[in-house]
Write a protein that binds this ligand. Structure first.
Ligand code: SAH
Ligand code: SF4
Length: 348
């Protein structure tokens, strides 16, 4: 199989073009064409000499994802696509239209090995890591879709299928391509990575000293309960995760986001809120409360609005800013944790 053009960083592409006897500026020209002008094949890059276009077409694949199925929410504000990778594995991405923002949620793996009980991706198991190019290609796909109506992607969150810090290098190199001025050119602060709490990943992320946002899926500060929801908590406890977060904040001076899925009568009492406050007080952080989205493999139910309100009041009374995540795309299986490819059986 030909290598995917989106898998190459700029230096790699430059080296390949030099080997083809091309001048130095060609690599940037190609990047601008594919990442900014959103060209889908070398034939469309008419600024390049014809022989080079042909050489590119022979050497590289420009097609990372085959769209299989699109579902839209009734209000049209959430769109989910199921794609097939070249080897048949499924991957999903979700576009959410807000007033000003166009936020795209992308996947870092096909499936996920962590196996969180409440998460549909966890329930489907691990298929494989995505390459950096396959991660970037999800963004390009939607950028082209939005360009049809002169709109743009404003934010990208790596919160779809998979645990990005178990596919660290490919995720970081995808983010670099999305952020690079000659690449997709999205500001670092518009890019967010969410992790279940892979401590070495958090440390490496802090040490990379980028301006990308970091979100941690905490959900509870009770280790015993957290381990029952999120098996990897046995390896990286709440305290170890929070220490890594403190290191990140100290190193980057950036605010961290804690995600907390509220499960009816499970982790949503004011006592639970107090316990959370005790653990994170004083940290530069923000809490995102997400009423649980239902999945077939988990019986927990979402917390009702009045109780969500009480929980958030406890946090705010203690000086911890928090927001309640709008529940979007639930009925189309595009909410958080619902990215299980229903058609998976077709691929196996
Ligand atoms: N693996 C990473 C990123 C993908 S999961 C992580 O776990 O952070 C994206 C987010 O969706 C996480 O915060 C996850 O905890 C949350 N999530 C998963 N299943 C959910 C569900 N059923 N309801 C609400 N949030 C869920
Ligand atoms: Fe994987 Fe995140 Fe789902 Fe857990 S919540 S199974 S880490 S995708």
């Amino acid at each position: 199989m030909r290598p995917l053009i989106y898998d190459l960083d700029l230096a790699e592409l430059e080296a390949e073009l030099t080997a083809l006897g091309q001048p130095g500026f060609r690599a940037k020209q190609i990047w601008v064409a594919i990442y900014q002008k959103l060209k889908t094949s070398p034939e469309e890059i008419t600024t390049l000499p014809k022989p080079l276009r042909e050489a590119l077409a022979e050497r590289y694949s420009f097609q990372a994802l085959e769209p299989v199925k699109r579902i839209e929410s009734a209000d049209g504000l959430t769109v989910k696509d199921l794609f097939r990778l070249h080897d048949g594995f499924p991957v999903e991405a979700v576009l959410m239209y807000y007033e000003e923002r166009r936020t795209l949620c992308i996947s870092s793996q096909s499936g996920c090995a962590i196996g969180c009980s409440f998460c549909a991706t966890g329930q489907m198991g691990f298929k494989r890591h995505l390459t950096s190019g396959e991660i970037v290609a999800q963004v390009l796909y939607y950028a082209r879709l939005l360009a049809e109506t002169e709109q743009r992607i404003t934010n990208v969150v790596v919160m779809g299928m998979g645990e990005p810090f178990l596919n660290f290098d490919n995720t970081m190199s995808a983010l670099d391509r999305l952020n690079h001025p000659e690449g997709f050119g999205l500001g670092a602060r518009r890019l967010t990575v969410s992790t279940v709490g892979i401590v070495p990943g958090i440390i490496k992320f802090a040490d990379a000293e980028t301006q990308y946002n970091l979100a941690i899926s905490l959900h509870t500060v009770d280790n015993e309960f957290r381990s029952s929801l999120i098996p990897v908590n046995r390896k990286y406890s709440v305290e170890e995760i929070l220490n890594a977060c403190r290191y990140y904040i100290q190193k980057t001076s950036r605010r961290i986001t804690f995600e907390y899925a509220l499960i009816d009568n499970i982790n949503d009492s004011t006592k639970d809120a107090d316990a959370l406050v005790r653990k994170i007080r004083g940290m530069m952080c923000h809490v995102n409360l997400i009423p649980l989205n239902p999945t077939t493999g988990y019986s927990g139910q979402p917390t009702q609005a009045d109780k969500v309100q009480k929980f958030s009041e406890v946090l705010e009374a203690n000086g911890i800013p928090c927001t309640v995540r709008l529940r979007r795309g639930i009925e189309i299986g595009a909410g958080c944790g619902q990215l299980a490819a229903e058609e998976l059986s077709n691929f196996d």
